[in-house]
Design a protein around this ligand. Structure first.
Ligand SMILES: Nc1ncnc2c1ncn2[C@@H]1O[C@H](COP(=O)(O)OP(=O)(O)OP(=O)(O)O)[C@@H](O)[C@H]1O
Ligand SMILES: [Mg+2]
Length: 410
């Protein structure tokens, strides 16, 4: 199979690096290779050890290549998160040059909307149009061809710290593959988990990973807010390890196999045996005690989400409620507790099925990588093989809605 026919997505997470190779088959994307390897070089979504990160990426790539029967891959679409990501909304206004609005007018108004003052070490990853206003008519999604004299654009801008983006790109390049595009992880997860109707009605995607919880708020089909919270599933594991005085590995096992966030629903006498720290013997722990520890952390996390939604005045926009995804969303009882704290419907979101996808991929922890695959497939970059990212030249041009994304240091 030639590399030109394939699309590659690479999710470099805090707990795992996942690669998917897909190819077009009868007009559909079909997964032909999957690689997943533990990630050791990241903390809270950012690279803290280049060598370890490169090794994890390399292992994940090799596994996927072997499954796909491909010896060489040119480039991949990668995800980015971390608490260095900062997103905001902006507005631009331009006069329309001719009698009808053209593609160039739209490009100019997007340029105007992104002309905001930013620190020199920060760069724009995405400029996502939300709506256009032509003269006094608002809520326009496709202004090209319309008549008017004044064009206004509301956009959502995603920025990241240049050195941290460069570190991630450098790791990917050192692992032997180019970077085709960099996509904010919750945008990718939304792509694979949410339906168009949900995005239209107003919904919040909460991707609970290992190191971060990523939010994407959608309304009328557009991204209206995104935010990265530096708390993820690892914090639940750490809390349990400290509270029960057990090793981290044992805590992870207990969380995955016996974790729940609602102590009230459990039989108060039910208990399990846990391994103590080195030198101490195994002992019994009540399931309700485990649930109390995990429940406290979950309640705090949902409270942070609730505060963000209230602070940004988004409560009235999210009629569809909340969708939880990411591996960290798999702890039992999270949707129920979420409904209580967030006062809206909350459900668990799974990635949409793919051709050739083994059932193992239909797990919330693969939402981001599957979304990256969809973003990559729909982007202009995949059709423009001449354009590649380098650590020193980070430019993302992404998505149907993203006519242009620019490298710019203000
Ligand atoms: N069955 C399960 N029950 C509870 N928690 C789980 C389960 N499976 C995975 N997790 C937790 O999910 C987290 C990892 O999720 P995920 O794979 O989405 O993270 P990541 O993409 O590596 O990290 P990040 O997105 O934060 O960089 C870990 O904290 C892990 O303990
Ligand atoms: Mg993730």
């Amino acid at each position: 199979m030639s590399d030109k026919q394939v699309v590659v997505a690479l999710d470099i997470g805090t707990t795992k690096v996942c690669t998917i190779i897909a190819r077009h088959y009868e007009g559909e994307l079909e997964i032909v290779g999957v690689g997943s390897h533990p990630s050791y070089g990241l903390k809270k979504g950012s690279v803290i050890n280049i060598d370890k990160t490169v090794r994890s990426i390399r292992c994940s790539l090799e596994e996927a290549k072997m499954m796909a029967g491909i010896s060489n891959l040119n480039s991949a679409t990668i995800g980015i998160a971390g608490n260095h990501i900062y997103c905001f909304n902006s507005t631009g206004v331009v006069p329309v040059r001719g009698s009808e609005i053209t593609y160039e007018d739209v490009e100019r108004v997007i340029e105007a909307a992104k002309a905001v003052v930013m620190p020199s070490d920060r760069e724009i990853l995405h400029v996502i149009p939300q709506e256009y206003k032509v003269d006094n008519t608002s809520d326009i999604k496709e202004p090209i061809g319309m008549h008017g004299v004044r064009l206004e654009a509301n956009v959502h801008i995603v920025t990241g710290l240049t050195p941290l983006i460069q570190n991630l790109v450098k790791c990917v390049e050192q692992a032997g593959i180019g970077v085709e595009g960099v996509v904010l992880q919750p945008i990718a997860s939304s792509r694979s988990v949410l339906s168009e109707e949900e995005k239209e009605a107003g919904i919040v995607l909460i991707d609970i990973g290992g190191g971060t919880t990523d939010l994407a708020v959608w309304k009328e089909g557009s991204l209206i807010h995104s935010e990265i919270i530096p708390v993820g599933g690892n914090h639940f594991t750490n809390d349990l390890a400290v509270a029960l005085k057990i090793p981290h590995n044992e805590s992870e096992r207990v969380k995955i196999h016996h974790g729940c966030v609602l102590p009230e629903g459990l039989n108060q006498s039910a208990h399990i045996t846990v391994q103590g720290l080195a030198g101490s013997s195994a002992r019994e722990v009540q399931l309700s005690s485990i649930a109390s520890v995990l429940g406290a952390r979950a309640e705090e996390l949902f409270q942070v989400v609730h505060d963000i939604i209230k602070e940004k005045n988004l409560e009235s926009d999210i009629n569809g409620g909340y969708v939880l995804t990411g591996g960290g969303a798999l702890i039992k009882g999270l949707p129920e507790l979420g409904e209580y704290v967030l006062e809206r419907p909350v459900k668990l979101g799974f990635p949409k099925p793919f051709g050739g996808m083994t059932t193992i991929m239909q797990n919330p922890k693969f939402s981001t990588v599957l979304g990256l695959l969809l973003e990559s497939d729909s982007s202009e970059i995949t059709k423009d093989s001449s354009m590649h990212f380098h650590a020193s030249d980070i430019i993302a041009r992404f998505g149907k809605s993203l006519k242009s994304v620019f490298k710019e240091i203000f």
